[in-house]
Ligand binder design. Structure first.
Ligand SMILES: CC(C)(COP(=O)(O)OP(=O)(O)OC[C@H]1O[C@@H](n2cnc3c(N)ncnc32)[C@H](O)[C@@H]1OP(=O)(O)O)[C@@H](O)C(=O)NCCC(=O)NCCS
Length: 158
């Protein structure tokens, strides 16, 4: 079975995370589709690393632990027991069945670091079938919440 090494993002991951964020498929499927500039990214990344309510994890294959190919972001709600997840897999790593492993590995580590979390939500664009299937394969269920701006909601109770 395939596995991924996951760890919290650190300052030295900045350039790789930006390059993955600006890959065409990622931009097309993101809630904001514009190219992210270096300045915008650096401000966002510094704020993210310092945040107590946003947690960022990176993933790599065990054979190449320094070659990050997955990123997972969690935004913790004010209630403290719910978080929204967002995932990104480098284009070179797509189509290999790695996304459910990315999701479950990052959720597990996030849960260890944030034991009060009970619910993880994912907001996925209606046309992003690969992402919808990935969350279903990782054990999420489509949520009955109303569709918001062309998105579907997926939910995992942990
Ligand atoms: C979402 C993402 C992590 C999925 O990873 P992936 O490796 O591309 O996914 P896969 O190619 O394994 O596809 C997952 C499933 O969707 C299916 N699929 C992929 N594209 C599809 C399409 N256009 N129509 C129908 N099914 C599709 C695959 O056949 C696969 O099905 P299976 O599990 O039954 O075999 C990855 O595409 C990604 O990072 N995309 C850019 C950022 C993004 O969209 N993030 C999610 C925001 S919510």
């Amino acid at each position: 079975m395939k596995t991924l090494i996951v760890r919290p993002a650190q300052a030295s991951d900045s350039a790789r995370i930006l390059s993955m964020r600006n890959e065409p498929r990622t931009r097309a499927m993101s809630l904001t589709t514009d190219v992210v500039t270096q300045d915008q990214h650096e401000a966002w990344f510094a704020k993210t690393l310092a945040s107590s309510s946003r947690k960022l994890y990176v993933a790599a294959l065990p054979a190449a632990p320094d070659a990050i190919m997955g990123v997972c972001r969690f935004d913790i709600a004010q209630s403290g027991d719910e978080a929204e997840i967002s995932i990104n897999l480098a284009e070179a790593a797509q189509g290999q069945g790695l996304s459910p492993i990315l999701i479950t590995s990052c959720v597990s580590l996030f849960q260890v670091h944030n034991p009060a979390i009970r619910t993880i939500l994912a907001r996925v664009r209606h046309e992003n079938v690969a992402s919808q299937k990935s969350f279903l394969r990782a054990g999420f269920q489509q949520d009955a919440s109303p569709v918001e701006a062309g998105c579907l909601w997926y939910r995992l109770e942990i």
